[in-house]
Design a protein around this ligand. Structure first.
Ligand code: UDX
Length: 431
């Protein structure tokens, strides 16, 4: 089938490449001419494992890019909205880009014959697809949903760094359509994937996405709260969660206590759901506590550090790990950010190392010293904080010998004391 995809960010580009791989003809629409040029040259505008190979394989054949909405929509049967839905200042969702894309689609659908289908893949709060996207397209096209065009919501469940794999090996495909015709056509796009499709209505599909992410975030904050209690009792929370996770109703995944969750999704999505709940007159106490625990957790690292070193003024502290998780340069909502801010506020001299994310973090903090190796950051340090689960940090040993004092606060359960020879003053965050 012929697909147009609005927005060539993380979700749009991955979806475009994977739909092309599934045998569809894909046109990416983006207002950024540089992104358009990159895609047509088979160059991915973002990094994702396996993305470049797919884009080079399909560039200029099954995958092209343009900034021309008219051309893209006129030459496709289905248009996916994959634009950003950032957080507003109060944490609620900002739908301005979704509205703009819907208006642009409406203007083109006004001139198009046939039953064009619009699918929302951006993460939007419940009721957005019908009350914002559908109504805006009707307004700008002068046509009627269900009669002249179709509308559906089809959320993604892609992990950053594993997005291509997750798209091609989904554990669920959710299609929330306004009518059967739309549902059948959108389902057809995924025909060659071996996965059951959940058919529902748009707002239920929107809610499934938010609940999926919010529950994962809740598991993490729950594990962190239990971890903080275990720490005070001298119990290793990893031993506790290892046993608890054997309960098939719980599963072992996402029970790793540590410095908390970051990324462009969990914090944004939980806050957006909180905002939506409040809008409809419900006070989401538990969801608010998930965010509260996560905002507090990085500061537990500082509390443990101060217990060891006392006043941090002038102390040299090495922060190992800046990205919100391993294998990415993405620092959005990284738990390193509040840790570095607090260290600076307390007068510490901060050194930092991350295999990929230093350049991104320099845009946030230009008053710390960045190194190109862990050894560089650790040299003459009074203490170090392990903030991101990079595999290379699991092998640190002799590098700790470069430190002036050897306090190591581990925020990601990276160091196995029995496996290292260097004598260090090790403190686990929740273990
Ligand atoms: C997440 C969801 O996994 C994905 O399904 C959704 O589509 C987008 O959001 P992502 O944000 O890429 O994906 O990262 P993920 O791998 O889920 O990790 C999120 C954060 O949680 C990271 O900061 C990670 O360090 C942290 N985490 C994860 C924990 O602290 N403990 C855990 O047990 C698991």
């Amino acid at each position: 089938m012929k697909i147009s995809i609005i927005g060539s960010g993380y979700v749009g580009t991955v979806s475009a490449a994977c739909f092309a791989e599934l045998g569809h003809e894909v046109i990416c629409i983006d207002i950024d001419e540089e992104k358009v040029r990159q895609i047509n040259a088979g160059i991915p505008p973002i990094y994702e494992e396996g993305l470049e190979e797919l884009m080079q394989k399909h560039a200029e054949h099954h995958l092209i890019a343009t900034s021309d909405y008219d051309y893209a929509v006129a030459n496709s049967d289905v248009s996916f909205i994959c634009v950003g839905t950032p957080s507003g200042d109060d944490g609620s969702i900002d739908l301005s880009i979704v509205r703009a894309a819907s208006a642009s689609l409406g203007r083109v659908i006004a001139k198009k014959d046939g039953y064009h289908i619009v699918v929302v893949k951006s993460t939007v709060v419940p009721e957005t697809t019908e009350k914002v996207v559908l109504s805006t397209i009707e307004e700008y096209s002068g046509k009627r949903a269900g009669k002249d065009f179709g509308i559906a919501m089809n959320p993604e469940f892609l992990r950053e760094g594993k997005a291509i794999y997750d798209f091609m090996h989904p554990d669920k495909i959710v299609i929330g359509a306004i009518d059967k015709r739309t549902s059948v056509i959108v389902s057809e796009l995924y025909r060659s994937l071996d996965c059951e499709i959940t058919h529902t209505n748009p707002k239920t599909a929107e809610m499934i996405k938010y609940v999926n992410n919010s529950f994962l975030a809740t598991k993490i904050s729950f594990s962190n709260e239990i971890g903080n209690i275990c720490k005070k009792l001298g119990i290793n929370t990893y031993e506790v969660m290892q046993a608890v996770g054997t309960d098939f109703r719980i599963s072992k995944s996402f029970l790793n206590s540590g410095a908390g969750f970051g990324g462009s999704c969990f914090p944004k999505d939980v806050k957006a759901l909180i905002g939506k709940a409040k809008d409809i007159g419900y006070d989401p106490i538990l969801l608010k506590s998930v965010i509260e625990v996560n905002e507090h957790q990085p500061l537990e690292m500082i509390k443990l550090l101060k217990a060891k070193l006392g006043d941090l003024t002038g102390k040299k502290i090495a922060v190992l790990g800046l990205a919100f998780k391993n294998d990415t340069d993405d620092i959005r909502e990284s738990r390193s950010i509040p840790v570095i801010a607090e260290l600076l506020r307390l007068g510490a001299d901060v050194t930092a190392y991350d295999p990929m994310a230093s350049d991104e973090m320099k845009k946030v903090f230009n008053n710390i010293t960045y190194h190109i190796s862990a050894a560089g950051a650790l040299k003459d340090a009074d203490a170090c904080l392990l903030m991101t689960e990079w595999d290379e940090f699991r092998n640190l040993d002799s590098e700790f010998g470069l430190m002036k004092d050897s306090v190591v606060i581990d925020g990601r359960h990276m160091i196995v004391l029995e496996d290292i020879e260097q004598d260090i003053d090790y403190v686990g965050l929740c273990w």
